[in-house]
Design a protein around this ligand. Structure first.
Ligand code: ATP
Length: 269
């Protein structure tokens, strides 16, 4: 993997949250990522140049399954409308992804996309979507999202083993909420404020170490030489160092790990 290439590209994707770029060609590729904590839509042009991206916090999925169809639909419709207004073009197709091992819920994801008038042209598993960005042949991709720490082991570019355990960003917010005696929403805002990451990292360290333990126990004896991080929780400044120290394995994270999977999904549209 060329980390510099990934850094430059992901910085451009992050820029497309606030700035709309002019697409090359007519085709727009959309990645729709329905997550436990966030719904994200990334738009690329036919050469995979980032065009625009929108996200919204959401509480409409549990364990990878849509549990609030109308809630999910309304968010996707609103994100689609915002993107269409920004780009000045209708979005027609999208790709979606499922957490690895949850293929049964593909229908609920598809219904949400179709309800928002997006035709689903591709269904991926999340680690393979993330690897459209990383392009690694062997190693482990660790996705730390809202609810879980997920791992996917890759051999010759294919996902050969997965694991998913329930410790994610929500648990970190709960720890902050308890520590500062403040409501969840306030703790969530502090956690997402980069200027407070230095202050909160020591408070969150035990939970991050637990995430690292999940990674370690699932890759022991698997001959893994590098850990590639993605998922919103990995935005936390310095968490890659804790994971590297706990596992003893070099750990890489790009500038904006939040957008890796949704962008990889869009590439496959
Ligand atoms: P899951 O993968 O469990 O289904 P998801 O796909 O919704 O959840 P992501 O969108 O990858 O998960 O990440 C959401 C998590 O990222 C939330 O817990 C959120 O608090 C956290 N997060 C987002 N931005 C930041 C930030 N700047 N600093 C720390 N954590 C962040």
């Amino acid at each position: 993997m060329d980390i510099q290439r990934v850094e430059t590209y992901m910085k451009r994707v992050a820029e497309s949250e606030t700035k709309t770029f002019t697409p090359v060609g007519d085709k727009l590729k959309v990645g729709l990522d329905l997550g436990t904590a966030y719904i994200v839509m990334v738009v690329l042009d036919e050469e995979n140049n980032p065009i625009a991206c929108e996200k919204q916090a959401a509480d409409v999925l549990r364990d990878g399954v849509v549990v609030d169809y109308l809630g999910a639909l309304n968010i996707v419709k609103a994100l689609k409308a915002k993107l269409e207004q920004r780009i000045g073009k209708e979005l027609v197709n999208c790709a979606i992804a499922m957490p690895a091992g949850t293929d049964d819920s593909v229908k609920t994801h598809t219904y949400v996309a179709e309800g928002a008038e997006l035709e689903v042209t591709a269904v991926l598993d999340e680690p393979s979507a993330a690897n459209a960005i990383y392009q690694i042949s062997d190693g482990v991709i660790v996705d730390i999202g809202g609810g879980t720490t997920g791992l996917a082991l890759l051999k010759d570019g294919k996902v050969v083993e997965i694991a998913d355990e329930p410790t994610g960003g929500t648990h970190l917010t709960l720890v902050l909420s308890g520590n500062y005696h403040i409501p969840f929403a306030e703790a969530e805002a502090i956690k997402q404020d980069y200027s407070r990451h230095r202050e909160i990292l020591p408070i969150l360290k035990p939970v991050i170490e637990k995430m690292a333990t999940i990674v370690k126990k699932n890759i022991v004896s698997k001959n893994v030489d590098t850990i590639y991080l993605c998922g919103g929780t990995c935005c936390l400044t310095g968490m890659e160092k804790i994971i590297e120290k706990e596992t003893g394995i070099p750990t890489i994270k790009p500038a904006d790990p939040f957008l890796v999977t949704p962008t990889g999904i869009a590439m496959n549209c």
